[in-house]
Write a protein that binds this ligand. Structure first.
Ligand code: MN
Length: 725
């Protein structure tokens, strides 16, 4: 067990001026209040805060961080109050511990709609002091290390959450070892069979592997020392998770011991020495073309610098070698923790500013986004930065997410350049805007003042910045149109009633009216509300003339419902029981259409939009369209569980082309009580494959996924998927 003295020694060692007394008092206090508590493993609870503090001392964090780590669970799990912590340990420690406590209460895998908002809350809390984030990561890491004591179900949930949120966060902050360990722990929980299998095979080849590592290290070291370079060469067994990904990606069996080792050359010297060392490695073993990556010239967005190459090793095997300076190596290990100036709360060098500014940037975008789901959608894009490097005509490097287009590039240069982007030249050749960039492209953007962001750009832009700007500007122009339409109809109605819109505006009466009637309170909000059918011009006239009889109270509270009822109620000539299975604002008789883009089914998470004259359109919660329309048009919709109405969905079944498969598939469908609306079968005799495109009448998602699972089990069926749009 890690003892407090070990941690204290370590802290004093790397930070001689640290407030030793502060961390000691924090330790004593934590021991006292956690007294008698146990972890699920049966160990005393205190082990956990000690281990977390230990991880932070590995990151060489400051005294305030270590003290906060020792106290991090006291607010949550003991009777301690914030005031007490502030009195005893100062406001910084209290602020951090409180921030951590708030995050601890967040459950990510609870209901889906809460997740996005929770994630946003967490980032907001963390962005106030980077130490909150680092302590949270250390806390999670220790919990992952001791996950075996937790029940199987929560274990799965915690591992998945780690993979979804904490692995990308630690990657973004550039703390490599932490990211790798978190990912590995999560992988072992989520893929136990694969992990065991790899583990078993690794034990088998141990001796052979050790001999191999020693041989390669010997060759590299002596080559480098011959030219007088001071180096440390390491041969490291890769993590189970990365071995697995590699096998999966290259479709390899694990029979090559070489696949599991990564060599690293750490040089006590300069960047130039790294290139020199690379030259020596390449002259010893033949490099594999196109596998060389220069992250020194082009650091990764998280600040990672190193040279990577793959060579044909002594036994004709592919061998990976990373080369970097001591300083780069430490940066890669400690990431943002390496140079953080905790006193000022500021990073020490610009590279760390980059790491942290990513977080700040996110929070800036979120201010523009009314919807937490849109925020999450944007963040997800940016958390997994599988990037490409491209160049400006002046040779500056721009990092973009993989599959980025010229429009993403334009937005990366400047928002204005993106908004006005009319075309681009890539490597001197004109290309369409949706052209996908690859590593090394030189891109020149052509702007035009008459150009504006267009809706179809959303089909191909991938960077968070571009997506959020384009959506924003589409929403803004949609709103402008709505305001114009609303103004026209108000003005018309006023004229009929003998009122003048411009006089009422000048006299300030419109302003007063807007404040009382429109959400948002501005005159433009009032016009927009009229345009979306949320307010009627005649109601405004009555208000202005003061002749409005007191309406029924629920009408005042729910002008939207009232309005929708009036505008979109189905014509009585239609069959009275032609329900559509959707409740808008709790009502079932509103005219509803479904988005053809996402074909939502009962059970899917849905949102609705008011459409002029066409009722309410319902889309799946994650449909791209949802992010493109003015949030002011959104209305709450839910599935009417009492009157579920089957909807048509498309399902694609791919299989081997053998007799009897189709009838088996159709049998499973009819056994589930589902009607077939259409079927198209195509066969490819040469490949021996068949594909069946079904149209089915299905009542809800649960029935659909059950039958899809059933079909998937039929021998010869390769894939079953739901087709949208
Ligand atoms: Mn904890």
């Amino acid at each position: 067990m890690l003892r407090f003295n070990d941690i204290a020694d370590r802290v004093i060692d790397y930070s001689p001026n640290a407030d030793f007394e502060l961390i000691q008092r924090a330790y004593v206090f934590s021991a006292k209040v956690h007294e008698g508590q146990e972890r699920l493993s049966g160990e005393p609870y205190l082990v956990h805060p000690l281990e977390v503090a230990g991880i932070l001392s590995d990151l060489r964090m400051d005294d305030v961080s270590i003290a906060s780590a020792l106290l991090h669970d006291t607010l949550e799990d003991t009777l301690t109050t914030r005031d007490e912590i502030e009195r005893l340990f100062g406001d910084k420690v209290a602020f951090i511990v409180e921030g951590l406590t708030k995050i601890a209460r967040i459950q990510f895998s609870s209901a889906h709609e809460h997740q996005a908002e929770n994630f946003r809350k967490m980032l907001v809390a963390m962005s106030k002091d980077i130490r909150i984030l680092l302590i949270k990561l250390a806390d999670r890491l220790h919990n992952m290390r001791t996950l075996e004591h937790i029940g199987a179900e929560s274990r799965q949930r915690i591992a998945q959450e780690t993979l979804d949120i904490y692995v990308p966060l630690s990657h973004r902050l550039g703390i490599r070892w932490m990211m790798q360990e978190l990912e590995d722990c999560a992988f072992r929980v989520l893929n136990p069979r694969e992990s065991e299998e790899i583990e078993r095979q690794l034990t088998g080849g141990r001796e052979e592997r050790e001999r191999y590592v020693e041989e390669v290290i010997g060759v590299i070291s002596s080559a480098l020392s011959r030219v007088g370079m001071d180096t440390e060469v390491k041969g490291r067994l890769k993590e189970i998770a990365s071995i697995y990904h590699k096998m999966e990606m290259q479709n390899l069996a694990l029979d090559q011991i070489y696949d599991v080792i990564a060599f690293r050359v750490v040089i006590d010297g300069t960047a130039e020495d790294c290139y020199a060392a690379l030259g020596l490695v390449h002259s010893t073993w033949r490099p594999v073309p196109s596998r060389f990556k220069d992250y020194i010239g082009n650091p990764k967005p998280n600040g990672y610098r190193s040279l990577h190459t793959t060579v044909i090793g002594p036994y004709g095997e592919r061998m990976e070698v990373q080369i970097r300076t001591r300083e780069m190596d430490e940066d890669a290990e400690y990431g943002i923790a390496a140079h953080w100036k905790y006193k000022s709360g500021q990073p020490e060098n610009p590279q760390d500013e980059n790491r942290f500014s990513w977080l700040r940037q996110l929070l800036e975008w979120q201010r523009d986004m009314a919807d937490p789901h849109e925020f999450l959608d944007t963040v997800k894009m940016d958390l997994f930065p599988d990037e490409v490097f491209v160049f400006t005509p002046r040779g500056e490097v721009i990092n973009l997410p993989r599959r980025a287009s010229t429009v993403d590039f334009a937005y990366a240069i400047h928002s204005e350049v993106g908004d006005r982007c009319a075309g681009a030249r890539v490597n001197g050749k004109m290309v369409p805007l949706r052209h996908v960039l690859v590593d090394g492209d030189t891109v020149e953007v052509i702007t035009n003042d008459h150009q504006f962001p267009r809706k179809d750009w959303l089909e191909f832009v991938v960077s968070g910045k571009a997506r959020s700007r384009v959506r924003h500007s589409i929403q803004a122009s949609e709103r402008q149109r709505a305001i114009q339409l609303g103004r026209d109809s108000v003005s018309r109605e006023f004229r009929k009633a003998g009122l003048s819109l411009s006089n009422l505006t000048n006299s300030g009466e419109m302003e007063t009216l807007a404040r009382s009637e429109a959400k948002g309170g501005a005159i433009d909000d009032l016009f927009a509300a009229v345009s979306y059918g949320k307010l009627s011009p005649s109601l405004l006239v009555r208000k202005l003339k003061g002749e409005e009889p007191p309406p029924r109270s629920e009408e005042v509270q729910e002008p939207l419902q009232d309005k929708i009822l009036g505008l979109f109620k189905k014509r009585p000539s239609r069959e009275p029981d032609a329900q559509n299975g959707v409740l808008v604002g709790g009502m079932s008789d509103v005219m509803v259409r479904f988005g053809g883009c996402c074909d939502p089914l009962p059970g899917d998470d849905v949102v609705g939009f008011v459409t002029r004259g066409r009722g309410v359109t319902v889309h799946g919660r994650n449909c791209r369209r949802v992010f493109e329309v003015d949030p002011a048009r959104r209305v709450d919709v839910e599935w009417d569980t009492r009157h579920s109405v089957p909807r048509k969905v498309k399902v694609q079944v791919d299989s081997q082309n053998r007799p009897g498969i189709l009838s088996k598939v159709v049998n499973s469908i009819s056994a589930a009580g589902i009607n077939v609306a259409g079927l198209k079968v195509t066969t490819d005799d040469e490949q021996g494959r068949a594909s069946q495109a079904f149209e089915l009448w299905v009542g809800d998602t649960r029935t659909l996924s059950a039958v899809m699972k059933e079909i998937g089990r039929i021998k010869g069926v390769t894939t079953v998927s739901r087709v949208r749009g």
